[in-house]
Ligand binder design. Sequence first.
Ligand SMILES: [Fe+2]
Length: 215
Amino acid sequence: MPHRKLPLLDATGFVILRDRQGPAIPPEEWQRLEYIDWKSGGDTNFAPLASALGEMECHGFWDHGKPDKDGVWTANREIAPSLCRYVEEIGARFGRVRVIELNPSDEAAALRQLHLDDNNRLNPDGEGWVVRAWLELDAPAGSTFILRERRDDPSTESRIPLHPGRQLVIDTERLWHVVHNPGPRPRHALITSFESGDALQAWMESQLPAEVAAG
Ligand SMILES: [Fe+2]
């Protein structure tokens, strides 16, 4: 039995949602986190908010015999309560939750980091396909998500300008992806693995931009 996937992601593999509403998240929540040197998609560090067993580590859940679901909050939860509440209020089953810190690079270096994620290892047949959600926290001007259906084919590319508060959902096991941060500061974003299902679909529908929801 195949994994359940959401129709909203069928056409392109990604959805740009409206910007997050509500009171601003205090920058201290990502500035004071404990980051781990972990390279993925460039010169990056990651602060785990939820990991496979609640430890301060970034290994794939498969190392602990789990699919990327049922993440356990780490000690970073104390430092970032609003970020954790944001994830919980979405209401969908989540796996790894992390804040990424991406240092600046030139665009050519970013493109060399195009990659696919491994989101569905050990995901039982018939359960929801795991996709990733982004909440941009402090993207420097000019930061851009680069997505490609085929890695070496720029004609399959989509570019999404990033700014604080931007919300995205991407099937990152389908789409090659990387963020280009031109600097001068690091970029921070919240990344969560979510199971495709009724809860994620309902949340995404509630977050569609007005013009899409009306059409
Ligand atoms: Fe990735």
